[in-house]
Design a protein around this ligand. Sequence first.
Ligand code: 3PG
Length: 391
Amino acid sequence: MYKILTLNNISVAGLDRLPRDSYEVASEIRHPDAILLRSHNMHQMDIPDTVKAIGRAGAGVNNIPVSNMTERGVAVFNAPGANANAVKELVVAGMLIAARNISQSWSYVQSLAGDDESIHRQVEKGKKQFVGFELPGRTMGVIGLGAIGVKVANAARSLGMKVIGYDPTITVQRAWQLESDVEQALSVDDLLSKADFVSFHVPLTDVTQHMINRDRLRLMKKGIVLLNFARDGIIDDEAVCEALDAGHVYAYVCDFPSNRMIRHPRVVALPHIGASTKEAEDNCAIMVSEQVRDYLENGNVTNSVNFPEIVLPRNGGGYRISIVNSNVPNMVGQISTDLARANLNIMDMLNKSRDEIACTLLDLDREPPAATLEQIESIDGVLSVRCLGCD
Ligand code: 3PG
């Protein structure tokens, strides 16, 4: 029986991928094999030694101590792309909210009083304050062209905008998905100096923290609209509020309210609802539950942020050893020597590495003795050894 601890509400559609006859899933559970979560902050958490995998039902993993988990040999998974459409739709809404002064117009209407005739009069008198502008012909800048950024760029193109993108690490797959007339910016600064709207789709890292600061705000065209549905901290709130007050930035639409911004008249701050649609919640939970299950049962790794991709088909069950070790020379040699000593025959084998971590999957002709597993576990650099299919 595998034990799964949930730290946030995870969609039932996803949890249903963990059959109840072999999985116990609960928000309070001792000695979990894996943890499923959304934005719960795990940084101060005492993560039990029994944990082998963490599944983030979403994209961002800055709430998870990933490097610490890597050192412990714990695989961290996420669900890239599973909530991309939800975020894209909210970015499009954010552009329209800003361009048409929708939140200010709405507040104005809510402030009206009197009979219907008086309200109609106030509506016609007041509407001139809310004259907006249209999107076609304006330039949309997209920083970060992953699953979400590509969808945002293509949506902006279909709204008649010119699109300029920046992502020095774009993958071939994402480049194929991007509309062919999306222009490539040479740098963040190049993009910022050309755009009328900028949307951010990068994770929060040391490099992206306060990527938008006073200096960069000065590079932008007057009247720019900034959209942040990526992460709190990418934009310096204080600096952006000053630029809004000075009339240099037209509007800031984001998913990360702070005290400084909540009541600013040119800020529309939403309660981190970018991925909060039924569809996105289901997609993320299904994707990450299946990945965690495949790792627990077969040692296969798909969409991990710290482990190499490794998938070895399980031909008819049998005995599989799944080993996680430091990516240093002579690990496979030492492991196969231990197996040979026990007279075990390797039927199939795969070894993959990524940065400091390597994973090895070995299918054997018979159940390995506990002593052999212990021997492998004692090899310097081996972080975890699991026998899948053993009693
Ligand atoms: C993500 O990183 O996927 C988004 O920020 C969504 O976070 P949530 O799952 O907490 O809504």
